[in-house]
Write a protein that binds this ligand. Structure first.
Ligand code: UTP
Length: 292
């Protein structure tokens, strides 16, 4: 079955970016000249998906507005003959349907995904975290396209994994896997932020998933875990045991834009490859660090 819909949970509080995120959602903080969210939307569009379900919360209306027409701005730009500034954005969103659902209380990522059920129905769907950026490598499909392809071939829910250092396992959901084929793994168990030394493997979940709609049933059965939150990882374990769950390492340039260091790295790397400012930024960095 073809994947058509993608859920982007954007209802988190973004406490790591306070005070910036007091009034601006972290998903709208710019990486060079585009909000983090737009990189994620581009990844979805590149995979041929046509509907986005935003899971938004209080103070996140700016995210919904971002997809709307800004009449005053666009009329002013048109008069000045400068509408081409918005052309790439219009191209990206022109065939997209965007719906938004409220998560009234931020009860965790699992709860956020469950909130998407009325807009998803019974079809399989993708989930992309609103603060994880995956930049496509030349000639490769987009990050989420690498997962939808496996789902469409196997009919089995599939998630992205990435190897992390032992010292990092307590920051991620970590998976227990056995190898099934080249770069394809069977997932047996998922553990949320294990203590150092307790991870079942070095494979972490970087926030890209394709799920069968029956995960909603697993989510409904999931009791609040760590921090009173409904964990997506708990529902993934029950899905894995019930139906099977696959994992693959996505080939893309990944940035954790929900973290200060990851956000700055994304700005530097994407700044360096930006056609307008790339050369000047490179010159500056060389001067700053002694030309090496
Ligand atoms: P994070 O774990 O980064 O949480 O959520 P957060 O609250 O946004 O940020 P910090 O840790 O306080 O700085 C990962 C993604 O899941 C969404 C967030 O918006 C983010 O895109 N999320 C998280 C929800 O939509 N609802 C939730 O209840 C929790």
């Amino acid at each position: 079955m073809k994947i058509r819909k993608a859920v982007i949970p954007v209802a988190g509080l973004g406490t790591r970016f306070l005070p910036a995120t007091k009034t601006v959602p972290k998903e709208l903080l710019p990486i060079v000249d585009k909000p983090t969210l737009l990189y994620i939307v581009e990844e979805i569009v590149a995979a041929g998906l046509s509907e986005i379900v935003l899971i938004a919360g209080r103070g996140k209306t700016a995210i919904e507005d971002f997809f709307d027409t800004s009449y005053e701005l666009e009329a002013t730009l048109e008069k000045a003959g400068r509408l081409e500034l918005l052309k790439p954005f219009h191209e990206t969103v022109k065939n997209l349907t965007v719906v938004s659902i409220r998560q009234h209380v931020a009860l965790g990522l699992g709860h956020a995904v469950l909130c998407a059920e009325p807009a998803i129905g019974r079809e399989p769907f993708a989930v992309l975290l609103g603060d994880e950026v995956m930049i496509r490598r030349p000639g490769k499909p987009s990050g989420i396209a690498q997962l939808t392809k496996i789902y469409e071939e196997t009919g089995v829910s599939t998630v992205a994994v990435m190897p992390v250092e032992e010292s990092e396992v307590n920051k991620y959901g970590m998976v227990k896997v056995t190898e099934r084929a080249e770069n394809l793994w069977n997932v047996h168990d998922v553990v949320e932020k294990p203590a150092l030394g307790q991870a079942p493997s070095r494979f972490a979940l970087p926030g890209r998933y394709v799920f069968d709609a029956s995960i909603f049933e697993d989510l409904r059965q999931t009791k609040p875990g760590r921090g009173g939150e409904i964990q997506l990882t708990d529902a993934m374990t029950s899905l894995a045991k019930r139906q099977g769950l696959l994992a693959t390492v996505i080939d893309a340039q990944r940035f954790d834009a929900g973290d200060k260091l990851g956000y700055l790295q994304a700005n530097i790397e994407l700044g360096l490859s930006h056609p307008q400012i790339g050369p000047a930024l490179e010159k500056y960095l060389k001067e700053r660090f002694g030309g090496k």
